[in-house]
Design a protein around this ligand. Structure first.
Ligand code: TA6
Length: 310
């Protein structure tokens, strides 16, 4: 089973506008509300792929209830810690070819709630093969919280996949997660230097090799990804599309990696499968949704090559 962790879930609200008038009234008829947050977007994709998945994390208030109701309606197994605080909203304003996101910080978490979640998590890990943790961390949990979760996961010899940013990512590396998937902005922040060109990404991967993380995959958005695995640097080039809504593509990509690891894909197919799901998500209006009927076709059109050995 794949256990997904969404520490800071959100009711995702997307507003599609023909054009955005600053400092004016924008009436919108095209509104979509989904149980969101990176981990829950990934959960939905794993469920669509018919892999056994359970979602956990922290939920509270009416937004928390909305999310549980949506997961139950989609027959997605979930076991969240209830908290006093109110789960947040995240807004995506889609206009022309732009996507403007407004992300609330998330609720306060008490020490008891934090400790009780760790207890729940430790029980759930024992029944899982893979843990996928994705998204921001509420400030009260501290930036080393993913490190704590990875250490518990490694104690039970399970694989921990992590998609996060900032201090939460930098402090997690020493715990040796199985896979990380930063994008170029996140790796720029991590290394405190501009990572823009393919050469920059290659050098960044070589520098991160010292952490002995089995899979380091740098997402390049619509341009695919570069990855370091078993001392080989790979380049993944996706099939080119016109994106409908790219929000959630990173979440769908790491969901693909989790599915591929569960299905024991070899490295090139793992990379191809994850990037394929990310591309397919961008073809959909809904965040964190993939048309699985198109996977085989897009897998064939997604190129993976070995750039070099290090
Ligand atoms: O990647 C898209 C998304 O999951 C949105 O749906 C929104 O929930 C946001 O990311 C949350 O990001 P965060 O990094 O705060 O967990």
């Amino acid at each position: 089973m794949i256990l997904t962790i969404t520490l800071n879930p959100a009711v995702d609200i997307s507003y599609r506008l023909d054009s955005l008038v600053n400092n004016g009234v924008n009436r919108c008829s095209d509104v979509i509300k989904t149980a969101g947050g990176k981990g829950l977007n990934a959960t939905r994709v794993i469920s669509l792929a018919k892999e056994d998945v359970c979602a956990t994390g922290l939920l509270g208030g009416s937004n928390g209830q909305f999310i549980v109701d949506r997961l139950n309606k989609s027959n997605i197994k979930n076991d969240f810690m209830k908290i006093e605080g109110e789960t947040r909203n995240c807004i995506a304003v889609l206009h022309e070819d732009n996507q403007t996101e407004i992300l609330e910080p998330g609720p306060s978490i008490s020490v008891d709630e934090k400790n009780n979640f760790i207890k729940k998590y430790e029980e759930l890990v024992q029944d899982s093969d893979i843990v996928l943790a994705s998204g921001s961390v509420p400030k009260d949990l501290g930036h080393d919280f993913y490190k704590v979760l990875i250490e518990i996961c490694n104690r039970y010899n399970k694989k921990f996949l992590l998609d996060t940013s900032g201090n939460s990512l930098s402090s997690a590396l020493v715990a040796t997660p199985y896979l990380i998937k930063p994008n170029k902005d996140e790796i720029t922040q991590l290394l405190q230097r501009e990572v823009r060109s393919e050469e920059d990404v290659l050098n960044a991967l070589i520098e991160l090799n010292k952490y002995s993380i089995p899979y380091i995959i740098v997402s390049l958005g619509a341009d695919g990804a570069m990855a370091l695995c078993n001392k080989k640097v790979y380049r993944v080039t996706p099939h080119k599309i016109k994106a409908v809504n790219p929000v959630g593509s990173g979440d769908s990509t790491i969901a693909g990696f989790a599915i591929a690891i569960q299905r024991k894909f070899e490295t090139q197919d793992l990379l191809r499968y994850g990037c394929t799901l990310g591309t397919l998500n961008a073809l959909e209006q809904q965040t964190g949704y993939v048309n699985m009927d198109l996977v085989d076709e897009f897998m064939e059109k997604t190129k993976v090559e070995i750039l070099r050995e290090i």
